[in-house]
Design a protein around this ligand. Structure first.
Ligand code: SF4
Length: 246
C-alpha cells in the first residue's frame, strides 16, 4: 500500500552502522517472503526509529512516546484483518511506555511487538535506559550505571513472558549470520501467533548504537558478544504451544 508514487530513495536518517537499518531490512524481507506486506500496518514509537515510515512500502503510524501498544490495539480492533506490529526502541518501550506494554500483555491482544534494544535512549542523546548494562557509560551515567542508584537492567523478554496471556516471547540478536536467521524465524513465529489470533508475540532484538556506545560498528558487535549477552542471553522464553523453561 504505497503512500505516494514517488519512487526516489529516501534520505537515509540513521547513523552509519545503525542496527535499526539491519532490523528494517530483515523485517521487510520477512513480510515480503511470507506474503504479508500488502496487509500490514506498523506503529512506530518515539526516538531514532520514529521516521521509519520512509523505508516501508505500507502505512506506518507514528505513536506518541511510549504509546505504540495502545495505538496498535486500536488499529487492530478497527482493522482485524490487518497484521499490526509495533516497533519501538528500548527507551520508548521500557522507559516511557512500559505500563502501556504491560496492559497490552495483560489483555492478551493478538498483536506483534518488536523492540530494538540498543541499551541507550539514543533518540534523546544517549542517556541511560532501563536496559542499560550495569557499569555501562552513557551520557547520563558518566561513571557507569550504578545498580545502587538505578537498579539492574530490565529483562524485557523474560518479564513479558511471565504475563499469562502472552503467546510468544523471544530475545534474538543481529550480530552474526546465524543470529540473523534466528531473528528471522522469531519474527515469522510471532506474526503467525497474531495471524492465528493466539495472543501477543513479543520479540526483543539486541542491537547496537555505535555513537552512544562510543564504538565503531565492528567494535559494537564485539561488545555485544563479549558483554551484552552475559546480561541478556538469547533465547525463547515463551511459546504457547511448546514447553519452555525460564
Ligand atoms: S543514534 Fe544510535 S540508534 Fe540512533 S540512528 Fe544513530 S546509531 Fe542508530
Amino acid at each position: 500500500m504505497p503512500l505516494s508514487e514517488d519512487t526516489s530513495p529516501p534520505v537515509f536518517a540513521y547513523c552509519s552502522g545503525c542496527s535499526h537499518s539491519h532490523l528494517h531490512r530483515l523485517l521487510l524481507e520477512v513480510l515480503s517472503d511470507q506474503g504479508w506486506a500488502d496487509r500490514c500496518l506498523g506503529v512506530s514509537g518515539s526516538g531514532c526509529s520514529a521516521g521509519m515510515a520512509a523505508y516501508f512500502p505500507f502505512q506506518i503510524v507514528s505513536a506518541p512516546a511510549g504509546q505504540a501498544p495502545a495505538v496498535a490495539t486500536g488499529l487492530k480492533r478497527a482493522f482485524p484483518d490487518k497484521l499490526v506490529f509495533t516497533y519501538q526502541g528500548d527507551g520508548d518501550l521500557s522507559a516511557r511506555g512500559f505500563d502501556v506494554l504491560m496492559h497490552m500483555a495483560m489483555r492478551g491482544e493478538s498483536l506483534t511487538v518488536i523492540c530494538l534494544n540498543n541499551l541507550v535512549m539514543a533518540g534523546s542523546g544517549g542517556q541511560m535506559s532501563p536496559t542499560t548494562l550495569t557499569g555501562q557509560i552513557t551520557t547520563s551515567t558518566r561513571l557507569g550505571r550504578s545498580s545502587a542508584r538505578s537498579g539492574r537492567p530490565v529483562k524485557l523478554a523474560e518479564t513479558v513472558a511471565r504475563m499469562p496471556q502472552v503467546a510468544f516471547s523471544q530475545r534474538v540478536a543481529l550480530h552474526t549470520p546465524l543470529a540473523v536467521e534466528q531473528a528471522r524465524q522469531a519474527l515469522i513465529d510471532a506474526l503467525h501467533f497474531q495471524e492465528n489470533g493466539q495472543g501477543l508475540g513479543f520479540i526483543e532484538v539486541l542491537g547496537w548504537c555505535p555513537p552512544y556506545w562510543d564504538r565503531s560498528p565492528v567494535e559494537a558487535r564485539e561488545y555485544l558478544t563479549a558483554q551484552v549477552l552475559k546480561t541478556f542471553p538469547l533465547g525463547l522464553y515463551k511459546h504457547k504451544t511448546r514447553r519452555v523453561g525460564l
